[in-house]
Design a protein around this ligand. Structure first.
Ligand code: ATP
Ligand code: MG
Length: 332
């Protein structure tokens, strides 16, 4: 079986419909056919200032949502990054193989740092893509399912793997980015030309997995729509309605064309009411299951500790080989 690896930052309490349709749904499918490694990158979460109690809570909440959405901790390897020290250990070695100029070309740092003022941004935020390369290379995955925004970081991990192999001998599998073309990109309900994002300036345009269904229904009913009255898929002229149709289609499995036919001659409000029902049908069981898991944090922590032990079995041999190749004296 080919191995794949993916993770999602615990940067908010709840994941949103974009995270679900753009990532989780695919993970759940991939774990059937692949040796799947899924993790919660909490080391990455402290590259920007964090509240400790909140981080702990968000890490558990993110894990609970992975499982509630269908990630199976028995089938896949599911763990929290900070519980597998090999990530930070390999990151140091890779830091020493990365050029300062090379790291400076990573566009995500420029975007994120400019939000807080480049001088006050942490060095951790600067080296974030190198830690991400370590996350990937430790597990020798064949593919890394990521969104288009992560392509540059996967490229860096390929460069570092090749560089290490050339300088110290064949050690790493050179990973392939696995950009999912068919992935639905979900847009903000209030600003349908911007992607739905955990760090959106306002929550009004988000459909969150853990929100009360009443809140979600209200947000869908208040979604920005377009001039005119026709229910038709057209990203240029009708970004609002097109986003609602795309969400409807992804969740119901019905084609956009079929939905356009069904809603021909009807009003925007009809589409919204029906969409709110479809969203509630999908999200209610996920929310209930997540709440059940979160009601017993000790059990959830045990499950994650088991996952971390499984992950270390995969990661430790890679790190041991790296340490030996760079010339570190064996510890034992
Ligand atoms: P942040 O604002 O903190 O960057 P985010 O909402 O963009 O959060 P990420 O943690 O960056 O979420 O992404 C997690 C996964 O969800 C990635 O695989 C990403 O491609 C996917 N994803 C995020 N937003 C969307 C979206 N609006 N539509 C489809 N997929 C998305
Ligand atoms: Mg993002």
């Amino acid at each position: 079986r080919q191995r794949i690896l993916s993770g999602m930052q615990p940067s908010a309490g709840s994941l949103h419909l974009g995270n679900y349709l753009g990532a989780l749904v695919h993970w759940v499918r991939l774990q059937e056919t692949h040796d799947a490694v899924f993790f919660i990158p909490d080391l990455h979460a402290i590259t920007v200032p964090q509240d400790p109690a909140e981080l702990m809570q968000r890490t558990r909440t993110t894990a609970a949502q992975y499982i509630a959405a269908g990630v199976d901790p028995d089938r896949a390897t599911l763990f929290v990054q900070s519980q597998v020290p090999e990530h930070a250990q390999l990151a140091w070695v890779l830091n020493c193989l990365t050029g300062f100029g090379e790291a400076s070309r990573m566009t995500q740092f420029k975007d994120k740092a400019s939000k807080q003022g480049t001088d006050s941004a942490s060095v951790g935020l600067f080296t974030y893509p190198i830690l991400q390369a370590a996350d990937i290379l430790l597990y020798q995955p064949d593919g890394v399912p990521v969104g288009e925004d992560q392509r540059q970081h996967v490229e860096l991990s390929r460069d570092l793997a090749q560089r290490f192999n050339t300088r110290f001998g064949e050690t790493f599998v050179v990973p392939q980015p696995f950009i999912q073309k068919e992935t639905a990109k979900i847009y903000d309900l209030q600003n349908p030309t911007a992607k739905m994002s955990k760090s959106a300036p306002s929550p009004a345009g988000l459909v969150n997995l853990l929100d009360d269904p009443k809140v979600t229904t209200k947000r869908i009913k208040s979604a920005v729509t377009d001039a005119g009255t026709e229910i038709r898929f057209d990203r240029e002229e009708k970004p609002g309605i097109s986003n609602l149709l795309a969400i409807f289609s992804s969740l119901s499995g019905r084609s956009i064309a079929e939905l356009e036919d069904e809603y021909a001659g009807r009003m925007y409000g009809h589409l919204k009411v029906d969409l709110a029902d479809v969203v509630a049908e999908t999200l209610t069981p996920i929310r209930n299951r997540a709440e059940e898991l979160l009601s017993d944090p000790a059990e959830l922590d045990r499950l994650l500790a088991k996952g971390a032990a499984k992950a270390r079995e995969l990661a430790a041999p890679t790190l041991a080989e790296v340490y030996a190749r760079v010339g570190f004296l064996p510890a034992a």
